[in-house]
Design a protein around this ligand. Structure first.
Ligand SMILES: NC(=O)c1ccc[n+]([C@@H]2O[C@H](COP(=O)([O-])OP(=O)(O)OC[C@H]3O[C@@H](n4cnc5c(N)ncnc54)[C@H](OP(=O)(O)O)[C@@H]3O)[C@@H](O)[C@H]2O)c1
Length: 392
């Protein structure tokens, strides 16, 4: 076995396997956002003719893993031609749940096909190795489904392989790249459908971030609201990049800090007087250590700190200045850009249409989102993370 334990495992060749793994990938999505910060995982038990015997998915952290849920869905004997399809390799370690590999062996599953490896270097490859050692046929799914499975848990893989959350930059702009309407009668750039969808993006993230410029202009709450909030086990942390520590105590973020945590990231020499006020109001202050050669900048250091706190996905909802800074630091992994069908005065804040970030978003055809268009672009797909794909 190599570092990820999978390059020695052959890819499955049965055409049926593709459909059943795709079904497992769909089932995995049912675990979003409840499973966070665990990965979403789906499983299907099926016979060689494709008939499905049982299905399962990981519902929330601490709950049974997808394989266990699936096998519980079929308590009877497992036929000799059955295959267990799972989107992430079965685990062999004791965590909040007992090892899935032990159960798979005990239940006499004859064949296992999995879509992607576990990026956690402490565990990857061990489950498949144990299964193969017990005489179970273990195969990997097709390469394109491996990529899909990796992207499905991009944050989980990013945290383990890169030591930082997967960063999605989300913004709303007018057709001419403005981030504000310039019209006091028109508060929002985008319509109801787009703004509702943002709550789904938020719910799937371990943290939501903006810059102090956005707080001073809009006084946002950055919370998850609407029906999706009930399906979330933990609310996302709220993070403000505020180098000089200017976050107003009267802001909505500070007023609600006791209910949903707020972290302010500031420079090493930001004034300390205001820090005490913020700490008393329940805000956490992340102060960058004094600069040293080669030390990470405030953005990178904050991402590292967030990964240490099990934040695997960060939704960046800032204005143009912090977005551009994240872009310059090459810290944006994917883009969700909403484009509204009108223009705003050029004097409003925004990014030029030929800014690389905007150009990247607009290069992907937009999908309708109510009256707006949503452009989704992958800048750093999960399958390109170092070590994510062990072999061809
Ligand atoms: N349409 C949208 O999607 C959307 C979203 C958010 C905001 N907005 C609009 O955007 C406008 C505000 O724009 P903005 O650009 O001022 O907001 P912003 O990007 O959220 O915040 C700007 C602040 O980010 C901090 N920052 C920038 N680069 C940094 C770096 N490298 N490291 C650490 N901190 C850094 C700076 O803080 P320091 O000053 O402390 O250095 C800067 O003042 C408002 O009109 C708001 O309504 C629109």
């Amino acid at each position: 076995m190599d570092a990820l334990g999978a390059s020695a495992i052959p890819r499955s060749a049965r055409p049926m396997d593709r459909d059943l793994l795709e079904r497992a990938l769909e089932l995995a999505e049912l675990g979003r956002p409840g499973a966070r910060p665990n990965p979403v995982v789906g499983a299907v038990l099926a016979r060689a003719d494709g008939s499905i015997l049982a299905t399962g998915h990981h519902v929330r952290r601490g709950a049974e893993h997808a394989e266990r849920a699936c096998l519980a869905d079929h308590p009877g004997e497992i036929p000799a031609d059955a295959t267990l399809y799972v989107t992430l390799e079965p685990c062999s370690h004791h965590g909040r749940q007992p090892p899935c590999s032990d159960l798979i062996i005990a239940r006499g599953v004859p064949r296992v096909v999995f879509a992607s490896c576990d990026a956690n270097p402490d565990t990857c490859g061990r489950g498949p190795g144990q299964l193969a050692g017990a005489g179970i046929v273990v195969e990997r799914g097709p390469a394109d489904l491996e990529r899909r499975a990796l992207q499905q848990n991009a944050g989980f893989h990013s945290a383990h392989l890169r030591g930082r959350p997967y960063v999605t930059a989300k913004w709303a702009m007018t057709r001419n790249g403005r981030f504000a309407t310039g019209d006091p009668q028109r508060r929002w750039i985008t319509g109801d459908a787009s703004r509702e969808f943002v709550h789904y993006l938020r719910a799937g993230s371990g943290a939501i971030a903006c810059g102090i410029g956005t707080v001073l202009a809009d006084d946002p709450l950055l919370t998850v609201r609407g029906p999706i909030a009930d399906r979330m086990a933990v609310p996302p942390l709220r993070v403000v990049f505020d180098r000089r520590l200017e976050l107003p105590v009267a802001s909505n973020l500070v007023r609600t800090a006791a209910e949903v945590p707020v972290i302010v990231a500031c420079d090493h020499d930001a004034p300390t007087a205001h820090e005490l006020v913020l700490l008393e109001a329940g805000v956490e202050v992340f102060r960058l250590p004094p600069p040293e050669p080669g030390a990470p900048c405030l953005l990178a250091a904050t991402l590292r700190m967030l990964a240490d706190r099990e934040v695997q996905d960060l939704l960046l909802e800032s204005g143009p200045r912090l977005l551009a800074a994240f872009h310059d630091a090459e810290l944006i992994d994917s883009i969700a850009a909403f484009v509204a069908p009108f223009e705003a005065p050029a004097t409003e804040p925004g990014l030029a249409l030929d800014h690389p970030l905007v150009a990247r978003a607009l290069a992907v055809p937009g999908e309708p989102s109510g009256e707006d268009e949503l452009h989704v672009a992958l800048v750093h797909p999960a399958w390109n993370f170092p070590g994510a794909v062990p072999g061809k």
